[in-house]
Unconditional design. Structure first.
Length: 587
């Protein structure tokens, strides 16, 4: 594969567009996606559409805020099936990107990649100073292929004259989200900056390790990272030992320690760093037991652990770390999908945690409203009622009993029905939390994430609370109230005068008042139309009976009958359509 081999001509684009349209029709792709039905057919369509769409499907499988749990489960089955670039192509890409040859940069470089995906492939290598690294190199012209496929897919939508029937999924919004995610994925600079920041914030936080990014060797299409030892954390989850043995006790202690470390570190990412790993699945977290030599070497090259503290006004929120570490390490990988939170959103999330502790659905609703965008009129009381009915069963369940993907999708749907849109950063956080909770629940079923998060949320809000400012605000409000006190008797006398003169007016606002008034208006209009139709039919009957033969008066009467019949048929069909639509909404 070479750069010239993947150049896309106009003829290629036309052929590719027709291919996309044919597959979309064959698999009824749009209807299935909009209504979130037949997920297996949708997955098969993506596989037939090729690498760009397979990658898009894989990204969709990490977004429970965009698609249903059934679709997520199906899209997780997508596997990359791409051609591996030969070493000459890899060497040419590296030379073009860095201006240096592989031989000039590395002491050794494995010609055969150990992993390959839609975007690129990864090789083991060694720097000139002996440092083991992994080198991720993009496939040639992958950016052009991705941009072309996305543009052609959008054009196919317009050719098919598809107008989204937004019942479950907004196709245009989802396509925009995936386009952004894919373009970030193919821009390695994003992952480079994320990796550097995450390394600075989390490396050596207890047993947490993060691979170092070698920025001097990395470009927009090449990423060079420190090679890290270890296997997926699922291997630790799957380990067992004979019950009631010392080995079993040690394994249980290890799993409990790892679970608590993951939770504490994730909470630090959210509340302290406001920058968190958004895809902490088992493949992105390595577990490694140190050998005796590695343990001794680490002690000899000991670096003081970070003292994590973040200023909030004049206060600090601190995360304490222990000094004595067990002989194993956890390593985070893959920083292409990260979440970033504003201080206001962090406040809102802390309030949700504290509200959940009260088990008061109204307080939970108020906290949720603060992390949502309003996209229309919001009946807050109706939202509190709907949320209360939905969330009450969950308040009696343990965290390990909750299916977070399904629950998140249902909450987002509930918000949508109430003209609310949960902010993308928050849904990404809840999704990451759910993924991590799945790992933690398998390591230590007895550990409650909420029990760890709750005191941290309280501590966060307490340390953010500025006593001096609060006292000043209270003093100012007291002063304003004191100034207004002398005017109270006069205002009370004015109120009594108004009531005595029968000028008082009481304004009531009903729940769903606008909907009720709209319905009443519809009913009145139908009654008026019915009266007019009755008058037309009666008048037409009189004209027909009072005339003889084919006269203008007779024709006018017949016309009246025909028009009335047409209007009655249209009203009947309209009523049936509304009835079926309302019935469908209730399901």
């Amino acid at each position: 594969m070479t750069e010239t081999a993947v150049t896309i001509t106009r003829k290629d684009k036309r052929t590719r567009l027709l291919h996309i349209i044919r597959i979309m029709r064959n698999y009824n792709m749009l209807h299935n996606f909009v209504h979130q039905t037949h997920p297996a057919e949708f997955r098969e369509a993506l596989e037939e559409l090729g690498p760009t769409f397979i990658k898009a499907g894989q990204l969709l499988s990490t977004r429970p805020d965009l698609i249903s749990p059934e679709y997520i489960q199906e899209l997780r089955k997508l596997q990359d099936n791409v051609q591996v670039d030969d070493f000459q192509t890899v060497a040419a890409t590296f030379k073009k990107q860095t201006g240096k040859s592989i031989a000039d940069t590395f002491a050794s470089f494995d010609k055969k990649p150990f992993a390959s995906a839609s975007i690129g492939q990864t090789h083991h290598a060694t720097l000139k100073d002996g440092t083991k690294v992994v080198v991720k190199i993009q496939h040639p012209a992958v950016e052009e292929l991705v941009r072309t496929d996305l543009a052609l897919f959008r054009k196919a939508l317009s050719i098919l004259k598809f107008v989204p029937d937004i019942e479950v999924i907004d196709v245009n919004e989802t396509l925009d989200e995936i386009r952004t995610a894919l373009l970030n994925e193919i821009n390695t600079q994003v992952e480079i900056q994320n990796g550097i920041e995450f390394y600075q914030l989390n490396n050596r936080d207890g047993i947490i390790r993060v691979p170092k990014v070698y920025q001097q060797y990395s470009t927009s299409k090449i990423l060079v990272n420190e090679a890290m030892r270890g296997k997926s954390i699922k291997y630790l989850i799957q380990q067992t030992a004979e019950p009631e043995t010392q080995a079993a006790k040690e394994l249980t202690a290890t799993k409990k320690y790892v679970a608590k470390t993951l939770v504490q570190n994730f909470i630090k990412q959210v509340f302290v760093d406001n920058f968190f790993h958004a895809d902490p699945h088992p493949g992105n977290i390595l577990f490694h037991r140190l050998s005796y030599r590695e343990e001794v070497n680490e002690k000899q090259n000991f670096e003081p652990q970070h003292h994590y503290a973040k200023k909030i006004g004049k206060n600090e929120i601190q995360v304490e770390t222990g000094e004595s570490l067990p002989p194993y390490r956890l390593t985070y990988l893959d920083f292409g999908m990260m979440g970033r939170l504003t201080p206001a959103l962090v406040d809102g999330i802390a309030n949700i945690i504290l509200a959940l502790n009260t088990k008061n659905s109204r307080k939970i609703g108020e906290a949720v409203l603060n992390v949502c965008n309003r996209v229309g009129d919001v009946d807050e009381e109706s939202f509190y009622e709907d949320l209360g009915n939905f969330i009450t069963p969950y308040l009696k369940m343990g965290v390990g009993e909750i299916d977070f993907a399904t629950t998140l999708y249902q909450i987002i749907t509930l918000c949508h029905q109430n003209n609310l849109q949960m902010k993308p950063e928050v849904t990404l956080l809840f999704k990451a939390f759910g993924t991590l909770e799945g790992i933690v629940a398998q390591l230590d079923p007895e550990l409650s994430i909420m029990d760890i998060a709750r005191p941290f949320g309280v501590k966060y809000l307490k340390q953010k609370f500025n006593l001096k400012n609060s006292v000043e605000d209270l003093a100012w409000q007291t002063l304003q109230t004191a100034k207004e006190l002398p005017a109270v008797p006069q205002k009370l006398n004015q109120l009594l005068d108004i009531m005595n003169a029968n000028q008082a007016r009481l304004t009531l606002k009903l729940k769903d008042q606008n909907k009720i008034l709209y319905r009443l208006d519809q009913i009145v209009n139908r009654i008026m139309v019915t009266i007019i139709l009755a008058a037309v039919i009666l008048g037409s009957s009189m004209l027909v009976q009072g005339s003889h033969g084919n006269t203008p008066v007779y024709n006018l009467g017949v016309t009246g009958f025909i028009v009335s019949l047409i209007v009655i048929i249209l009203m009947t069909l309209g009523g049936i359509h509304r009835h079926l639509k309302d019935k469908k909404k209730l399901k």
